[in-house]
Design a protein around this ligand. Structure first.
Ligand SMILES: Cc1ncc(C[n+]2csc(CCOP(=O)(O)OP(=O)(O)O)c2C)c(N)n1
Length: 322
């Protein structure tokens, strides 16, 4: 089992939170010319799940991919440069927030077509089997993605071929402005639905990084040992609007009270309290960590803003249209 100190998990979550809050702060400047989907509030899933992976393992993600990219070891400067459309970005500035790809850290793709990276991740896992590699692939998906046909085909195929894949479903209850209860009949839990395809399927607290880490570790070990796929549903909550930097409770698709209840269960604050209670860190220690991370974020923003845009002649590169 991969072993990561709790303090490191805390550090990784704070780093993601600070980056996303910085993006929210700077987005109104209109220099990032791509849509952004922030996952403030959901950091524990990305960090806990990726901490169970080895660097050679793979991950694929969705439109809400910043946390997954960073948790998988992605380069912060390259990510911000990508959001700013600069040539130093991880996709040369041509992908933006929703198309982060970085093969050097096994982050094989984020795609905003809902559900589309599920079969891609299953294909990646199939490829590792054919090449006799022992790498595991995590497929990050939202609750909304389980309503796409490809989800059902891909999970079935993964089960049939006993592929080394872990489906990590971040159930934040919403698909844009539609809550689960207007999209699905009552009493139909996503992990129960997935279990119907014949794979291990479990539900966990997505705001508790220790839970996410422990459950993903079991699934990753099983996959690596040839035991096939696992589906993990983690309930969590996004604090900000579906797309963009703002809060949007006034729109009316969720209540202020629900939002406040989840905010009170902040995955970072609760881990901080645990670290302090268990004597695994001091307040001074954590303040120092946070100050260092804030500096790192500022430096990455400065790097992104100072980087050049891609030259027009690069526009035709990486096109696969016939
Ligand atoms: C095939 C497809 N249908 C619809 C959309 C519009 N869309 C973008 S994000 C999104 C919601 C997806 O919800 P979920 O998978 O739960 O992820 P979350 O946004 O909650 O992280 C939708 C419907 C899309 N991008 N692709």
């Amino acid at each position: 089992m991969a072993s990561v100190a709790l303090r490191d998990l805390y550090l990784r979550m704070v780093r993601i939170r600070l980056v996303e809050e910085k993006i929210a702060e700077l987005y109104p400047e209109q220099q990032m010319r791509c849509p952004v989907h922030l996952s403030v509030g959901q950091e524990a899933v990305a960090v806990g799940a990726c901490a169970a992976l080895e660097p050679e393992d793979y991950a694929v993600s969705t439109h809400r991919s910043h946390a997954h990219y960073l948790a998988k070891g992605g380069n912060l400067k390259a990510m911000l440069a990508e959001l700013y459309g600069r040539v130093t970005g991880c996709c040369g500035g041509k992908g933006g927030s929703m198309h982060l790809i970085d093969r050097s850290v096994g982050f094989l793709g984020a795609v905003p077509i809902v559900g589309s990276t599920i079969p891609i991740g299953v294909g990646v896992a199939f490829g590792t089997i054919l090449r006799k590699e022992h790498h595991v692939t995590i497929v990050f998906l939202g609750d909304g993605a389980t309503e796409e046909g490809v989800f059902h085909e891909a999970v079935n195929f993964a089960v049939l071929k006993r592929l080394p894949v872990v489906f990590v479903c971040e159930n934040n209850f919403f698909s844009v402005y539609s809550a689960l209860d207007v999209r699905q009949p009552p009493l139909r839990d996503i992990h129960v639905l997935a279990r119907g395809y014949g794979l291990d399927s479990h539900l966990g607290d997505g705001n508790d990084v220790e839970v996410v880490y422990a459950m993903t570790n079991v699934a990753v070990e099983k996959a690596r040992a040839g035991g096939g796929p696992t589906f993990l549903e983690f309930k969590t909550y996004r604090w900000r609007e579906h797309c963009g930097p703002h809060y949007d409770n006034h729109v009316g698709y969720r209540s202020e009270q629900e939002f406040e209840e989840w905010k009170a269960r902040c995955p970072i604050t609760s881990l901080k309290q645990r670290l302090l209670q268990r004597g695994q860190a001091t307040q001074q220690d954590l303040n120092g960590i946070e100050a260092g991370l804030a500096e790192e974020v500022e430096a990455a923003v400065a790097f992104a803003k100072a980087s050049p845009f891609p030259e027009p002649e690069l526009l035709q590169d990486h096109l696969y249209a016939p």
